[in-house]
Design a binder for this molecule. Structure first.
Ligand SMILES: CC(C)(COP(=O)(O)OP(=O)(O)OC[C@H]1O[C@@H](n2cnc3c(N)ncnc32)[C@H](O)[C@@H]1OP(=O)(O)O)[C@@H](O)C(=O)NCCC(=O)NCCS
Length: 191
């Protein structure tokens, strides 16, 4: 049975392995990654999907500014392990993330992704045309969802990271994580 729960600190290596499998190394080159690096995710807005205790899906949201001083969340990455895709897990993670963001009083969620997938959750490019990501991306893939009516009205400017800075990991921890992933990593799929 699939369960959705808040991510825990001890989920980190399983989550990173899952993201490697779902996206491959290209995940580090995406402009959304620039807004996440060195930051902690938004409080209470990291979720995993588990099956029998194993992590099979992940989504996290990040604090950003949507242009001049307007607060928003940036969603991503959303990933479901290749063997568990098309069983509704991505949808469950998205619904949990959106409902919790709304409950916590956030006004809007932004993401860079496929409108045919994210449209089913209410995301569109309707109010994001004057917003920009730092780096290369396709403008029609920059999507927004208002959690409060009008939260993205007149939004313009470059999206910037505003989340708390993550504590710097020790070099030994990084080396151990990298060699662990190098051993376990299967053939990456394109994002
Ligand atoms: C995208 C992803 C998170 C969806 O998770 P999932 O658990 O398979 O999603 P769900 O089961 O809730 O929904 C599956 C449906 O979404 C569709 N879908 C999946 N990815 C899609 C995409 N990029 N564009 C349009 N539709 C998509 C599937 O075809 C399926 O359609 P159906 O319900 O008509 O059969 C997952 O496929 C994944 O991790 N992909 C690799 C990483 C990735 O590309 N993520 C970002 C997408 S922009």
């Amino acid at each position: 049975m699939i369960a959705i729960r808040q991510e825990r600190k001890t989920d980190a290596s399983a989550r990173e392995l899952l993201l490697d499998r779902a996206y491959g190394p290209a995940r580090f080159t995406k402009c959304s990654a620039r807004l996440r690096e060195d930051r902690l995710p938004a409080q209470g807005l990291s979720f995993v999907a588990t099956e029998g205790g194993a992590i099979v899906g992940s989504v996290r949201l990040w604090d950003v500014s949507a242009g001049s001083g307007r607060r928003a969340l940036l969603l991503g990455p959303l990933a479901v392990s290749p063997e568990h895709q098309s069983k509704g897990i991505g949808g469950k993670l998205m619904k949990q993330a959106i409902a919790t963001a709304r409950m916590r009083g956030h006004g809007a969620i932004l993401l860079v992704g496929d409108a045919p997938y994210y449209g089913r959750f209410g995301f569109s490019a309707e109010k994001t045309a004057s917003l920009a990501m730092p780096g290369a991306y396709q403008q029609d893939r920059l999507l927004g969802l208002e959690l409060q009516a009008g939260a993205l009205d007149g939004a313009s400017g470059t999206i910037g990271a505003t989340g708390r800075f993550a504590p710097k990991p020790e070099l030994g921890v990084l080396v151990a994580a990298a060699s662990n992933r190098a051993v376990k990593r299967p053939t990456p799929r394109a994002a």
